[in-house]
Design a protein around this ligand. Structure first.
Ligand code: ZN
Length: 118
């Protein structure tokens, strides 16, 4: 199991999606941000691909999504958010065969390699 998958499992338990395990944490109802960050990143990657296909997002839609990602990034913590983002980007690429960052088909511009195709 990857570190991200393990973290998601722990987060799911703590966030109450598994009620029997969440009971001891009932006094802390604050939702955990990792699944929300993954979802927001996916929406961003998909928006980028749509843009390449000529379906431009409304500026306020893009701005709202980026603001949400920044907020969730801080909530998760930048070091872990970077790990989450990298795994989500690779998962998106494996599923869609499009670069998560620029939407180009058939290539993954890996930030860890200075944007060179992986
Ligand atoms: Zn790219």
């Amino acid at each position: 199991m990857s570190y991200l998958a393990l973290a998601k499992q722990v987060e799911a338990r703590l966030s109450g999606r598994e009620p029997s395990l969440a009971a001891p944490f009932a006094q802390d109802p604050k939702p955990t941000p990792v699944p929300a960050l993954c979802q927001a990143l996916r929406a961003f990657f998909a928006m980028t691909a749509r843009e390449v296909d000529g379906d431009l997002p409304a500026p306020e839609e893009a701005q709202a999504l980026l603001s949400e990602i920044r907020r969730l990034w801080d909530d998760v913590g930048p070091a872990f958010a970077k790990v989450v983002s990298r795994e989500e980007a690779w998962a998106y690429y494996r599923e869609t065969r499009r670069c998560p960052y620029c939407g180009e088909p058939g290539v993954f511009h890996d930030p860890e390699r200075g944007g060179e195709p992986a």
